[in-house]
Design a protein around this ligand. Sequence first.
Ligand code: 13P
Ligand code: SF4
Length: 304
Amino acid sequence: MDLRERIRELCRQRDAIILAHTYQPGEIQDLADFVGDSYGLSRKAAGVQAAVIVFCGVRFMAETAAILNPLRTVLLPAADAGCPMADMISAEQLRELKAQHPGAPVVCYVNTTAAVKAESTVCCTSSNAVKIVQSLGECPEILFVPDQYLGRFVERKLGRKLVLWEGFCPTHALLRQETVRRLRAEHPEAELMVHPECLPEVQDLAEHVLSTGQMCELVKTTACRRFLVGTEVGIVHTLRKLAPHIEFTHVTPFLRCPNMKKITLEKIVGCLETLEPRVTVPPATAAAARQAIERMLDIAGAGG
Ligand code: 13P
Ligand code: SF4
């Protein structure tokens, strides 16, 4: 039996749903019940009815699904699919930072461990970071962890300083101004879209600085027929499906997240057969982290 048929059969037997991030390989996106950005996946996970969630993404995303679904089984087909940015701040380090800034609210990017979320006031994703920080009002200090470049993007949008942690995405940081300048010269008619995890000087060269979900929305309505895509390569598959009439050129083969690519069809079969590897979060950590995530969902609403 073909691997895809086997997966569908196992999903029926296990009452399982497959959620996939837009950075997943195309064949996994095509198989998934739902494909989305971090925010869309969190919202979807909050309303899942199936007994089992197969999360095709990285660990923090599967943890978020587990936090929102304590009674369901959440599987991450590749147990070692982590996010290096999420590991750039520990709960202990965040406690120390909070002690240096007593009373300041903490906004944590969703790309964090459950233990860091549990220490935070409110979570955010790249699609709603500006809205979430704004919702905190005129606090003298706001701590923003761990992505310094998303943090700087928010600072610029709101015209206010944040206390930033020096984390970053090692994949997005590989995109440099020289590469973008060369591509722009080769494709003068194309508009450039980049993710706010890119370096600020790269963001400066782009027409659009957008979360992956916002990129997907833009291509449904734009009059532009050519785009340079400055985020992880997997999304090019998603964008081509959404807008087959548009020409998409990915900026560089280096913009490929090795962790996102650890999920394979074989591993999905394996996890559905064995119901392992499971992602679980200790109940006390999950309860505290859930408050930060649910606060985000309440503030950001359906629009993200
Ligand atoms: P999105 O919030 O745009 O889905 O991005 C998640 C991510 O990990 C980007 O590197
Ligand atoms: Fe983490 Fe970067 Fe991969 Fe996103 S692309 S999961 S931030 S390492």
